[in-house]
Design a protein around this ligand. Structure first.
Ligand code: PGA
Length: 248
């Protein structure tokens, strides 16, 4: 059966642990009884332990927004795959904001992808082109580099997130990519992974457009940024997805 995955990437949006507490509790309560397959929250790593207490062993899984690829050592400020594994099962790797603001390159992302799989984590590998264009060589190239040297047998253990950078919510814009366009790119991306590898979409996913993505069989889920820190919006996204996918 195809997986259905909804990821909430909280980025660095919330001001305090108290806010994080309220958000996680509201989401947990709001999706109670909902049978979407996988709902993954990615709070800032410093709050993972607190959020783990709130979501417990329920429906919600946890992930980190980033990690380092080394297992241990003198790496000030970094978090290892094993540390994350104690808190959750997933880790976002190669988000465009990591590439842009923290200088991560394809090699770093490749090392992180491999380290995550090795540690038993599921990396959510982000790829996406800078400018809206019909050329999809950029995300394909990023994906090929991210999974380079990863054993073929491990390809089903990753999630690919197609996140066109121009579609990500910014201060001035909300330009979600057309579901038809997303589906077209995803079909191409799939050629490089395992047939069971989930491919999800991220970029200005909101309660008002989630239905369009859920209706496309090529799209296995969504990675939600800004709308994931508004409890009612994130819950609405999960509910719409479940409704369209016919989860009872
Ligand atoms: P957005 O962010 O939903 O705010 O566009 C998506 C992402 O960057 O992961």
């Amino acid at each position: 059966m195809k997986r259905s995955i909804i990821v909430g990437n909280w980025k660095m949006y919330l001001a305090s642990m108290a806010d994080a507490h309220i958000l996680a509790t509201s989401v947990r309560n709001g999706i109670e009884g909902l049978r979407t397959e996988e709902i993954i929250l990615c709070p800032p790593s410093i709050w993972l332990s607190e959020i783990a207490q709130i979501v417990g062993r329920g429906k919600i899984q946890l992930g980190a927004q980033n990690m380092f690829y080394e297992c241990e050592g003198a790496f000030t400020g970094e978090t290892s795959p094993e540390m994350i594994k104690e808190m959750g099962k997933y880790v976002i790797v190669g988000h465009s904001e990591r590439r842009k603001f923290f200088g991560e390159n394809d090699l770093d992302i490749n090392e992180k992808t491999i380290a995550a799989v090795k540690a038993g984590l599921t990396p959510i590998v982000c790829v996406g082109e800078n400018k809206k264009s019909e050329k999809i060589s950029e995300p394909i190239d990023q994906l090929k580099k991210a999974i380079s040297s990863l054993p073929k047998t491990s390809l089903s253990e990753i999630i690919v997130a197609y996140e066109p950078i121009w579609a990500i919510t910014s201060k001035n814009a909300q330009n979600n990519a057309e579901p038809e366009y997303v589906a077209k790119v995803m079909t191409k991306l799939r050629e490089y992974v395992h047939r069971d590898t989930p491919v999800i979409y991220g970029g200005s996913v909101k309660p008002g457009n989630i239905q369009e993505y859920a209706k496309r069989p090529e799209i296995d889920g969504v990675l939600v940024g800004s709308a994931s820190v508004v409890a009612k919006d994130f819950i609405a996204i999960c509910k719409s997805w479940a409704k369209i996918k016919n989860f009872k």
